[in-house]
Design a binder for this molecule. Structure first.
Ligand code: T46
Length: 143
């Protein structure tokens, strides 16, 4: 099931992934095109985040990302320049798809939190908007 999170731009959706379970345990399969709606050019994972630390605090001009919390939990704040919403990433079958021009901050990491991120492009510092006022200007101009 896919649901839109921020109504304004439709640039964030969350989905509940199908768990293929049997008496040995659980498995989730992700297919490009079916589950991940862009060509994946990079994957990275965030783990060992120290207690009380926040990450993110930026937006991307063009990058799309598909984020899953494989273990533990953290809270992600998403902001399209008008509306803000906080979502708990707290289950390995919960995915969030963030398109361009969405400010994000991750907070309240549990010690065992492992965030897996699939990205639509290679790492490019030039694609980051790390200043909130620059982000708001970019939303007005391009969103
Ligand atoms: C995002 C959130 C969810 C690289 O060299 N390659 C990479 O692919 C990435 C993602 C980062 N880096 C370097 C850049 C910095 O020197 O790793 C360092 C930490 O990156 P950053 O401070 O951007 O990490 P987060 O956790 O604040 O943000 C990351 C992603 O950068 C970002 O795109 O949306 O995770």
């Amino acid at each position: 099931m896919i649901s839109s999170v921020l109504a304004l731009t439709g640039n964030v959706t969350s989905s509940e992934l199908q768990i293929i379970g049997d008496d040995r345990g659980s498995l989730i399969a992700l297919e490009q095109g079916r589950d991940i709606p862009f060509d994946v050019r990079r994957a990275y994972y965030i783990f060992n985040t120290k207690t009380g630390v926040s990450r993110g605090s930026h937006a991307h001009f063009r990058l799309e990302q598909y984020i899953i919390c494989l273990s533990g939990k953290c809270k992600i704040l998403i902001d399209d320049g008008v509306t803000q919403e906080s979502i708990w990433l707290d289950a390995p079958n919960k995915a969030i798809h963030i398109k361009k021009l969405i400010w994000r901050e991750m907070h309240d990491f549990s010690e065992d939190c492992v965030l897996l991120v699939f990205a639509s492009n290679h790492y490019d510092e030039g694609d980051y908007l790390r200043n909130y006022d620059d982000f708001l200007r970019a939303v007005k101009r391009y969103a």
